[in-house]
Write a protein that binds this ligand. Structure first.
Ligand code: 5RP
Length: 226
């Protein structure tokens, strides 16, 4: 079993009957969704309703016959389980290499608890040192957003599909993958991005998670917010 699968399956113990569960996006979250789906099928879990963070995760939930609800149908999400691209020691995160950062952050901010599941490669001492920071922008004026991002000290690359066409998010936007050498102050950067027109959302997740379940090929362990 690979590390992502170990982490994904370990999160199942936090899901209880009757919960409304936010479903993350990506290859690690996929293992979690499958684990919930199997537990529902064999009766180990009951009465779970799911809020997916992407069209892909919704498809997977539907394959398992999960009840999917929207924000129109619920005012509460008890628990969200999602992956990450970088995890700093204080549990600030970079997310969004899977392209679902906006819905992931919206679901996380509306969840009573966010648990991050990841393989140990995602642990960093400083955000921005391994992964680029995904930033979702409006198509209108994306050239101006690119200049703004560059002036912040990164190299922004417009995300494209394998065929060379510009990747369009589930929300109809573009993504710039912004490579910093490191992000010295993620809180400052988050605020700067949040107040700029044309920037829809960034993959910086600050003060949103209190627990990460990390796995390597031999062990699974938990990191709690210090
Ligand atoms: C998607 C995400 C993913 O959670 C993140 O990219 C991690 O993906 P993976 O589990 O495939 O490594 O933020 O937008």
């Amino acid at each position: 079993m690979d590390a992502k699968q170990r982490a994904g399956e370990a999160a199942l113990q936090h899901v209880k009957d009757g919960m409304i569960v936010g479903l993350g996006t990506g290859s690690t979250a996929k293992y979690f969704i499958e684990a919930v789906g199997v537990a529902l099928r064999n009766g180990k879990l009951r009465d779970i309703r799911a809020v997916p963070t992407s069209v892909n995760s919704e498809k997977l939930a539907n394959e398992f016959g999960m009840t999917v609800v929207t924000f129109a149908q619920t005012t509460r999400i008890d628990l969200t389980v999602d992956g990450a691209d970088e995890i700093a020691p204080d549990l600030t995160l970079i997310k969004g290499l899977g392209g679902a950062l906006l819905r992931e952050k919206l679901v996380a901010q509306n969840s009573a608890k966010l648990i991050i599941i990841a393989d140990a490669q995602k642990l960093v001492t400083k955000l921005g040192t391994k992964s680029p920071l995904p930033v979702e922008v409006t198509p209108f004026g994306h050239e101006a957003s690119e200049r703004f991002l560059r002036d912040l000290g990164c190299i922004p690359t417009l995300r494209r599909q394998k065929d060379g066409s510009i990747l369009i998010t589930d929300n109809g936007n573009y993504i710039f993958d912004c490579k910093f050498t490191e992000i010295p102050d993620p809180r400052d950067l988050n605020l700067e991005l949040a107040t700029r027109a044309g920037i829809v959302e960034s993959g910086l997740f600050i003060d949103l998670t209190s627990m990460a379940i990390i796995a390597d090929n031999a062990t699974v362990w938990t990191i709690a917010k210090p």
